[in-house]
Design a protein around this ligand. Structure first.
Ligand SMILES: NC(=O)c1ccc[n+]([C@@H]2O[C@H](COP(=O)([O-])OP(=O)(O)OC[C@H]3O[C@@H](n4cnc5c(N)ncnc54)[C@H](OP(=O)(O)O)[C@@H]3O)[C@@H](O)[C@H]2O)c1
Length: 324
């Protein structure tokens, strides 16, 4: 079959021949219809993802919409050990697949399911989220952040504070459900600008119940004290759900922040949620994607152009979807 093949972690994949995987046990071969180029795919392909085992050559791609031999369309999450979904065909484990509704657009589902799942699973599996609770989305301007705003609204959040850097993307979030916008943009050489940004975030998000954190790194390190010290009731639980690390893999967390407020730091991703738990959430999420509850800017591209597309700058808020 033809596939995107990574032969070195410091080079983009190339479109070339790769052995077609053999069906085994319960796994069946499907024709791939559409597969999204998510950050998780890039970190798998450059060997930096926390689940990466460093084996080469490899076919990237963590999920896809595919067609079963009987013609049915499904969205599925690839098995960790199997070749990925950036290929004409891929192995599908029925325990990691859900049927696509008739009217679902495969490109839209392939673009949105991964970024949407991050907050969907976090709010439904990692905490006891209740309608009316308020949410801060830290790093709201990316695909996952923009989905998190919409999913928080769909799940009945009260206030939804969206914080991000890109002013154009930030402005679009009001129409998607954000009740408050906070700019994280600042002059990196100006301490006054940084203090003003902390003040803005602290004022808007002091009393939120949940933080959905896509940045970690410096924005999270500064946001924690900015919020914790401004809470009206410090004993009110604050669930800080760590989901992405676009701004860095580590933070320094002052011990006082954990004593002075009911700050509960937890993560959501592969491992902290079981595969079965993630898959159990898929049907309801795919249903919402199919009926258009969630907006995504999907950009289809022939898989044959994978090497070129990989190197191109990404239009903020858009998601490339490869079509074999
Ligand atoms: N745990 C899970 O289940 C799960 C699932 C899906 C995704 N993720 C993770 O979530 C993260 C976001 O994914 P995505 O699909 O939204 O990616 P994306 O569409 O590429 O968006 C990334 C965003 O990160 C922001 N960013 C980058 N550096 C930043 C910084 N220093 N400070 C503040 N913001 C910064 C950018 O916002 P600006 O344009 O405003 O600068 C950009 O729009 C990734 O780390 C991804 O791996 C986790």
């Amino acid at each position: 079959m033809l596939a995107a093949v990574v032969r070195s972690f410091d080079r983009p994949p190339r479109y070339e021949e790769f052995p077609t995987p053999r069906p085994d046990g319960d796994r069946v071969l499907v024709d791939v219809l559409a597969a999204g180029l998510h950050p998780r795919v890039r970190s798998g392909a450059d060997g930096t993802h926390y689940t990466s085992e460093g084996r080469l050559p490899m076919v990237p791609g963590v999920d896809a919409v595919g067609r079963l031999p009987d013609g049915r369309r499904v969205y599925f999450v690839a098995d960790d050990g199997a070749p990925g979904t950036f290929a004409g065909q891929a192995l599908l484990d029925p325990r990691r697949a859900v049927a696509l509704p008739e009217d679902a657009d495969p490109v839209v589902v392939a673009a949105a399911a991964n970024p949407a799942m991050s907050s969907w699973v976090a709010l439904r599996r990692r905490i006891d989220f209740r309608p009316g609770q308020s949410v801060l989305v830290l790093g709201a301007t990316g695909n996952a952040g923009q989905m998190a705003v919409q999913i928080a609204r769909h799940l009945g959040a009260g206030r939804i504070v969206a914080a991000g850097r890109d002013p154009r993307r930030l402005d679009l979030l009001t129409a998607l459900g954000a009740t408050d916008l906070v700019s994280l943009a600042e002059d990196p050489d100006s301490p006054a600008s940084a203090a003003a940004a902390d003040e803005r975030l602290g004022a808007a998000a002091a009393d939120v119940d949940v933080v959905i954190d896509y940045t970690w790194g410096a924005p999270a390190q500064r946001a924690i004290p900015a919020i914790v010290t401004r809470r009206a009731d410090r004993a009110r639980p604050l669930h800080w759900i760590q989901i992405g690390s676009t701004a860095g893999p580590e933070i320094a967390l002052p011990s006082a922040a954990l004593r002075a407020a009911d700050l509960r730091v937890l993560g959501s991703g592969q491992g902290s949620v079981t595969t079965a738990g993630i898959v159990a959430e898929l049907p309801s999420l795919i249903e919402q994607l199919s009926v258009g509850t969630l907006t995504v800017d999907a950009r289809p591209r022939p898989l044959a152009e994978v090497e070129k597309a990989w190197k191109e700058p990404v239009e903020p808020g858009s998601r490339t979807v490869f079509v074999p």
